[in-house]
Design a protein around this ligand. Structure first.
Ligand code: SAM
Length: 236
């Protein structure tokens, strides 16, 4: 993705948000929005460096659900079809996958699903407005199994704090992985963070379409580990 900030001051260039977007690479952004035409079904913020407003993400009081790292979008499509009264946003950094999801959204005429091509951490920590999201799904994320790569895992204290802020009181964070060690890590991080209540989540607790990677891992005989947390209702 190409960003730019025409005539950016030194303080803007040092902005930590830009570091996340450029992956720490010293590319100097020059525009605040996309430089290619948006795809049908794609959500493009008017300004990537400004927090979004709820009305930009969903319609009226409709519940908003976000699928981070939505991949090819099977889960997103399944949910959007099942719950036409809710709005859905997938977040995915690979353009090829974003294109696939956009094609599915268009082919199935789903007016309640969109996809945003961006880094999940950036979206949660910098773009989502407070108390907006009903459910935030992080399903089969990259586990970064090597010790020296653990810092790349999405589930970190700052991320959890931003998730909690983005959720409505009573809103839920759902994390699922085949990787037991990442699951234990996520449990420990949420306990350490302390801002959530843990809820029970079994495979048949509620309607939950299988994701593409879940299908793949299960076909190889792997089990899924599930963590479901809620922003306390007492925050209301
Ligand atoms: C293992 S796949 C899982 C895809 C989907 N959730 C599923 O379960 O089928 C992880 C997906 O997250 C995307 N991804 C990884 N890190 C990301 C990040 N920081 N921001 C956005 N997408 C990311 C990858 O491109 C990939 O599509």
């Amino acid at each position: 993705m190409k960003f730019a900030c025409g005539g950016a001051s030194a303080s803007e260039v040092a902005d930590p948000r830009r570091a996340i977007l450029t992956g720490g690479v010293s590319a100097t952004p020059t525009f605040n929005t996309l430089t290619r035409p948006a795809l049908a079904g794609e959500f493009v913020p008017a300004d990537y460096f400004r927090e979004l407003e709820r009305a930009q993400l969903c319609r009226g009081e409709r519940p908003l659900e976000i699928d981070l790292g939505c991949g090819d979008g099977s889960f997103l499509m399944g949910m959007a079809k099942e719950f036409p009264e809710r709005d859905f946003l997938g977040v995915e950094r690979l353009l090829g996958r974003v294109r696939k999801v956009c094609r599915k959204i268009t082919r199935q005429s789903l007016g309640n699903a969109q996809v945003l091509r961006l880094d999940s951490r950036y979206v949660v920590e910098w773009l989502l407005p407070e108390a907006t999201v009903s459910r935030l799904h992080l399903l089969c994320p990259d586990p970064w199994p090597k010790l020296r790569h653990h810092r790349r895992r999405l589930v970190q204290t700052e991320f959890l704090s931003a998730v909690r802020r983005a959720l409505v009181p009573g809103g839920e964070f759902l994390f699922m992985t085949d990787h037991e060690e990442y699951f234990q890590w996520a449990v420990e991080k949420t306990v350490e963070f302390g801002g959530f209540e843990r809820l029970e989540w079994n495979e048949d607790s509620f309607f939950y379409p299988k994701t593409d990677f879940q299908e793949l891992w299960e076909s190889e005989g792997k089990s899924m580990f599930r963590l479901r947390c809620r922003r306390p209702l007492s925050d209301a």
